[in-house]
Design a protein around this ligand. Structure first.
Ligand code: PGA
Length: 255
């Protein structure tokens, strides 16, 4: 089995459609108090609803905590009611943007081709796209996990991708918000497969590909997940909304 020694662990919070300005201010104060400086080798970012990005940008200014959007439009501007471009996220202080989250692939029928355009737009705007892939429960039960993920990788990663300008997130759809997780071996093997496929797709060295795990990551299981071979970090939904839980996951990354 491929052994990878990754120094940096990336912890990303995805608040989804949760939060308000007062709670965001309290969250930012909480994480800054707990981590005036992030532990060596740990990067952390939060992806709140777009309306809360300016509040958090102000509250996190001068800290090690970075910001991200939860989605972006492929175009830089134009007649796209309700959408936000990657450049707009960058302009209010974001460094990251999640693209192709399964909730968007499902609710808005986003195709991998669209995800690829969004990821390319993010890279052009100077953001790091977090490109999500993962199988549904039905696909898993049918034994199609590897085929589905390979296809998503092939179709979702843009030609602009190079070693340092994107990360992948493996999020089994059935593990999101469910409390159910793959085994550690399954996570390790799937990450190894994702790394190999991505290297093949992009021509990058496998050591240049970072894959986060997402789906029911909590303070109680974070240390174990972060220690799995081939896991470069975690994408955290529910547990990222509470500052205390998010900080506990960051602490687990540095143990
Ligand atoms: P969860 O969500 O941590 O609440 O399972 C993860 C995600 O959807 O990114």
């Amino acid at each position: 089995m491929m052994q990878r020694q990754k120094m940096v662990k990336i912890i990303i919070g995805n608040w989804k459609m949760h939060g308000d300005p007062a709670a965001s201010a309290a969250w930012a104060a909480g994480v800054r108090e707990r981590f005036p400086v992030l532990p060596a080798g740990v990067k952390a970012a939060v992806c709140p609803p777009a309306t809360l990005i300016p509040v958090l940008a102000e509250m996190l200014l001068g800290s090690d905590f970075k910001l991200g959007g939860q989605d972006c439009h492929p175009q830089p501007h134009g007649p796209h009611t309700g959408d936000i471009s990657a450049g707009m996220l960058k302009a209010v202080g974001c460094d990251y943007v999640i693209v192709g989250h399964s909730e968007r692939r499902t609710e808005y029928k986003e195709s991998s081709a669209l995800v690829r355009e969004k990821a390319a737009a993010a890279i052009r705007a100077g953001l790091t796209p977090i490109i999500c892939v993962g199988e549904t429960e039905l696909e898993r039960e049918a034994g199609h996990t590897a085929a589905i993920i390979s296809q998503q990788i092939h179709d979702s990663i843009p030609p602009e991708a190079n070693g340092g300008n994107f990360v992948l997130a493996y999020e089994p759809v059935w593990a999101i918000g469910s409390g159910k997780l793959p085994t550690n071996d399954e996570i390790s093997q799937l990450h190894e497969m994702i790394i190999a496929e991505t290297a093949l797709r992009t021509g990058l060295a496998t050591s240049a590909v970072s894959v986060l795990y997402g789906g029911s990551v909590k303070p109680a299981n974070a240390r174990e997940i972060l220690a799995i071979n081939n896991v470069s970090g975690v994408l955290v939904g529910g547990a990222s909304v509470k500052a205390e839980d998010f900080c506990a996951i960051i602490a687990a990354a540095s143990e």
